[in-house]
Each structure stands twice: as C-alpha cells, then as structure tokens.
Design a protein around this ligand. Structure first.
Ligand SMILES: [Zn+2]
Length: 221
C-alpha cells in the first residue's frame, strides 16, 4: 500500500489554503441511510471525522450561551483539512450545521470501509460546576490506542486539563466497524474551557493536536 501520508512533513498553519475537497455528506434533505459513501480507494488511509450534533441538535449549551456545535464544527473542519494536506483521505459525516442521525454517521463510515472514526464533541456538566474543565477521549474496544495517541497529542500541545482516556458505550463507538474514538475537547460549562473554546486560535491548536494524533496513529498501524 502506498504510504505517502507517512511522510513527516511539518504541519503547516491554516493560512491561504484552497477550499477543502472533502467527500461531501448528503444535504440535509436526503436520507443519510441512502447515501452512497463508496468511493474509489487509491490505497490511502480513510479517516472519518464526525462533528457531533448539528442542525436541530445544538448539543450542550454552556457559559455565555456557547454552543457545542459551534465549537466542534470548526475544529472538525480543520482536522479534516490538515489530514487531507498530509495525504489522508477524509470523510466528514457533516460539513455544515445540519442534523445527521447517529446511525447515519456510523453507516457512512462502515459503508466506506474507513480505517478510523473520530467523533469530536464538547462536554458539559450540570449544577453550574464551572470548575470542571479538561479533555477526555473515549473508546469502546478497538479504539484504545487511537484514543491514547490523540489524548497524549492534545496534552502535549494544548493548555488543557487531562480527564483521561475512558471506555464508554457511546453509539458511534459501538456501531463503527473500525477503531473509533470520541474526543471531548473541553467543557462548554467550564470556566476555563468555555473561554478557551470560544477562541478561534485555541480551537485551531486543538484541531492541530487532534490531527497530529491521528497521523501518528496511522503511521504506527
Ligand atoms: Zn456532544
């Protein structure tokens, strides 16, 4: 298998790049179940990036009305763009603010025969506990190593708290046929995280760290 994506090029900052050419998910009017994700594979790895929630489901709402969807979509798009720049095929389960079912997300990945599935979310706790902050990465079974590598990559380069790598029975982890993880990039309800996640520069740091982790994982397979 050609491994052009193994070249250790430095990650370039997200400036003046052409519009991304991701495989487009279906428009919201289409049934995601009927979406054909089969595409010619050229031997390169295929990673599915899954921005949590969307459309009528804004996800968690945090301090100052900070919405999870508004945090995870820009991070996901940047992760996808960096991976593409590094020669990895990327499929986004959605590329703008619309609703996709959980089953629709995993079916896209399974039908495409993806090599890895990375869902990106932001966390929340009730009770106005603004002192709860930090990054968590979840796996169910086969995503353990991918989760470890991504969590480590984030902690290396993003000033965030570490809430660890954890196992959970989330739908997208259980029903993805490939190693799958869910990254909680921070708490929209956390005082520190909400401030950071509102900042595009911080989100960009987070995206770069997640992308580096995915690349490191793909290189070590
Ligand atoms: Zn979420």
């Amino acid at each position: 298998m050609p491994r052009s994506w193994q070249t250790r090029q430095p990650l370039t900052p997200p400036v003046a790049s052409p519009p991304p050419r991701f495989s487009a998910p279906p428009p919201p009017s289409l049934n995601p179940y009927s979406y054909s994700t089969r595409r010619p594979r050229d031997g390169r790895a295929l990673v599915v990036i899954d921005p949590g929630h969307g459309g009528r489901d804004p996800g968690a709402i945090g301090i100052g009305g900070l919405r999870e969807v508004d945090v995870v979509l820009p991070i996901s798009l940047e992760v996808a763009r960096i991976l593409e720049q590094q020669g990895v095929n990327v499929m986004l389960t959605r590329n703008s603010d619309y609703f996709v079912t959980l089953a629709g997300r995993t079916q896209m990945a399974n039908q495409a025969g993806a090599d890895a599935f990375v869902s990106i979310h932001a966390n929340a706790v009730g009770g106005q506990r603004a002192e709860v902050n930090g990054v968590e990465t979840y796996y169910y079974t086969s995503g353990r190593r991918l989760a470890d590598v991504i969590q480590r990559s984030i902690l290396r380069s993003v000033p965030s708290g570490n809430r660890g790598v954890r196992q959970a029975r989330f739908y997208v982890l259980r029903y993805s046929a490939m190693p799958a993880v869910l990254v909680e990039v921070g708490f929209v309800t956390g005082y520190t995280d909400a401030r950071n996640l509102s900042n595009p520069a911080y989100r960009s740091q987070m995206a770069q760290a997640i992308a580096r982790g995915i690349l490191e994982y793909m290189q070590g397979r």
